[in-house]
Structures are given as C-alpha cells and as structure tokens.
Design a protein around this ligand. Structure first.
Ligand SMILES: [Zn+2]
Length: 146
C-alpha cells in the first residue's frame, strides 16, 4: 500500500513538496528524514536559490550509513549522490513531482537538479566548469561503505 504522506514505496523522488518528517541526521543543506506515518527513509537536499527548493530521494540503507557517507567529506559525496539519483529518477517522476520540477526550472533555470535534461551542451559545460560537484557519475555508496 502506498503511504499517503510520502508516497513510498514506488515514488522515485519528491520534488519541492517534501512532507514534514522526522529529521534523523542533518548537515549542510542535506538531511536524512523519516516519514512519520510509514517510517520510510528519505535523503533530502536543498537547491538554490536561497536553498529553498527541497528534493528527496529514497534512502534504502540504514540511517548510520547516511551519517558515514556524509562524514566522508562534509556532505559533498552525499550531495552528488542525491543529485545523480534525482537525474536517474527524472524519467519516472510522478506527474505532481514533474510539474513541481518544472516550476523550479522556471524560477531558476540552472539551479534545478534536472538542468542537464533540458539545457544545451554549451550551458551544461559552462555550469559544470564552475561547479565540480555536478557533472560526475553516480557515486557507488557500497564501495564507499566498505
Ligand atoms: Zn510515508
């Protein structure tokens, strides 16, 4: 059965309207949160402008693993993992999430996690030249947790 609060299981990502959940771990613009109703875990990230656009992706590992990954480099790898996981979720976003992602795109074109899905190659090269977090592959968390 689908949780009415967070949409798990089966929701590939929550775009902007992340419900209020219990915060298990918090870091710079990142957190691990747990749904109050179904206990499902979500890794969240805040996107610009003003860190006011919140996204969440399913976290299927123990909460301690979020803490370990975050602690590797003060959240840089975690931010990248969430970013790439969102990109992978893009084709299967639910209609509401897709619409919300569109609102973010309208508000802040290059700040959207889905920027590379609609930007020109020149725009992508320009952004990734300035920001070494994005434009890399999905980190393998299992390797990092060994
Ligand atoms: Zn839930």
């Amino acid at each position: 059965m689908t949780c009415e609060t967070c949409g798990s299981p089966g929701r590939a990502a929550i775009c902007l309207d992340v419900p209020k959940m219990d915060v298990l771990h918090a870091g710079n613009f990142l957190s691990l949160e747990q749904c109050n109703d179904c206990s499902y875990l979500w890794a969240t990230a805040l996107y610009e402008p003003f860190a006011s656009f919140k996204y969440a992706v399913p976290w299927e590992k123990p909460p301690e693993d979020w803490h370990k990954i975050y602690g590797l480099d003060d959240g840089r790898t975690m931010a990248l993992w969430i970013d790439r996981t969102l990109i992978n979720a893009y084709p299967v976003l639910q209609p509401k999430d897709s619409a919300n992602a569109g609102l973010h795109r309208q508000r802040a074109y290059s700040a959207s996690p889905f920027f590379e899905m609609y930007a020109t190659p020149q725009e992508v090269a320009q952004l990734y030249g300035q920001n070494n977090i994005r434009g890399r592959g999905l980190p393998d968390l299992n390797l990092l947790l060994k």
